[in-house]
Design a protein. Structure first.
Length: 368
């Protein structure tokens, strides 16, 4: 191999700059080619169809190109500082640094892969128009990130020569101490786990905390706190521990809304009550948005006869279980106006809830 000896002799003389220049050119060409190849393959793949393959290609793009340059640095160090070169510090710590950097690259790839997989599943859900539980996806993503972080950390500790067993034992003892010192943080963390496990609500749900007088839409669920956008537009950050102790109403899971109203009639219309009740029940029976209803004469009031409407209003369209308040308000308006029209057709007087009944004869005497 005379040409190789000649090249080494050439590089060993005054042309020390040739080797790094050639190395940089080769690394740049390889990195550029790798980038073009991965981008070409990524554009041909549809992330909503090939979720994992597209995520792998996209996630490996930057780490692979960084690995190429890292490999070039390793070659340069090996070239300029060969074994027995008289630099014990480099000989001792160079392999350790290389392993740590490689583990960090693997961790970077895993974190990118987790994010890309989540994004691709969201794209598939939007394209194929199927329900995708964002809350469950967020929980799985967070757990996967924690698992990847633990694997990377343990790998680095093992490379640095630290005892993983002793570290875990120390971590258990330190965890107990930290737990006592940060009880609120720990309770919020387990509150977040409870939310993800029990799924009492999810992103986009409308919830009410009765004791806190707090209501709004859930827009983010974190490990420490949950962000709720109030119906007045204000954002509130609620510690997760609250959801373990307070009663919560999930309005987005309502199967119906309750309508309960009293219709007051004058005592002079007592003989028309049976017809009113019969016609009112026919009106309610004809509606498709009522899950249950009762319309009956309920009480002889101090100033009026009371007819009570009790009904469960549900969403009539499709299989949607959630009952929007606008739909409920419209149904309530139509029912009350329908009952009022029946009363008017029968010649009945519908009285206001708060009223004073004046005797006509007494009024005439007072006027005279």
């Amino acid at each position: 191999m005379e040409w190789l000896d000649s090249a080494n002799e050439f590089l060993a003389k005054d042309s020390w700059w040739v080797f790094p220049l050639l190395l940089v050119i080769v690394l740049a060409v390889v990195s550029f080619t790798l980038r073009l190849t991965l981008n070409f393959l990524s554009k041909r793949d549809k992330p909503e169809v090939k979720v994992w393959r597209s995520a792998m290609l996209n996630a490996s793009n930057a780490p692979l190109r960084v690995f190429v340059w890292l490999l070039g640095i390793m070659i340069a160090v090996r070239y300029y500082f060969p074994p027995d070169s008289g630099y014990p510090f480099i000989e001792k710590y160079n392999p350790i640094v290389n392993e740590v950097l490689f583990i960090l690259l693997v961790g970077w790839f895993l974190f990118r892969l987790i994010n890309r997989v989540e994004e691709n599943y969201f794209k598939r859900a939007s394209v194929e128009d199927f329900h995708f539980d964002r809350t469950a996806a967020t929980a799985v993503k967070k757990l996967a990130i924690i698992a990847a972080f633990i694997v990377v950390a343990l790998g680095i500790f093992q490379t640095l020569g630290l005892s993983v067993t002793g570290l875990l034992a120390f971590g258990g003892t330190a965890g107990i101490a930290v737990g006592f010192a940060a009880q609120n943080l720990v309770s919020n963390f387990f509150g977040g786990l409870t939310i993800f496990a029990s799924r009492i609500f999810k992103l986009g749900d409308d919830i009410i905390l009765k004791s806190s007088d707090l209501s709004g839409t859930v827009i983010y669920i974190g490990w420490r706190s949950t962000t709720i956008e109030g119906w007045d537009g204000k954002r509130v950050y609620v510690p997760n521990s609250i959801f373990n102790t307070e009663n919560l109403i999930n309005h987005s899971r309502l199967t119906h809304r309750t309508l309960s109203e009293d219709i007051l009639l004058s005592y002079e219309d007592f003989d028309k009550v049976p017809e009113m009740v019969e016609q009112g029940n026919k009106l309610l029976e004809a509606r498709e948005d009522l899950k249950y209803f009762v319309f009956r004469f309920s009480e002889f009031g101090d100033k009026a006869l009371k007819l009570n409407i009790y009904a469960w209003v549900k969403t009539a369209e499709g299989n949607n279980r959630f009952v929007p308040y606008a739909s409920f308000a419209k149904a309530k308006e139509e029912i009350l106006m329908g009952i009022a029209d029946i009363a008017r057709a029968k010649g009945c007087r519908v009285l206001p809830i708060n009223h004073v009944r004046i005797n006509e004869a007494s009024a005439l005497e007072a006027g005279s």
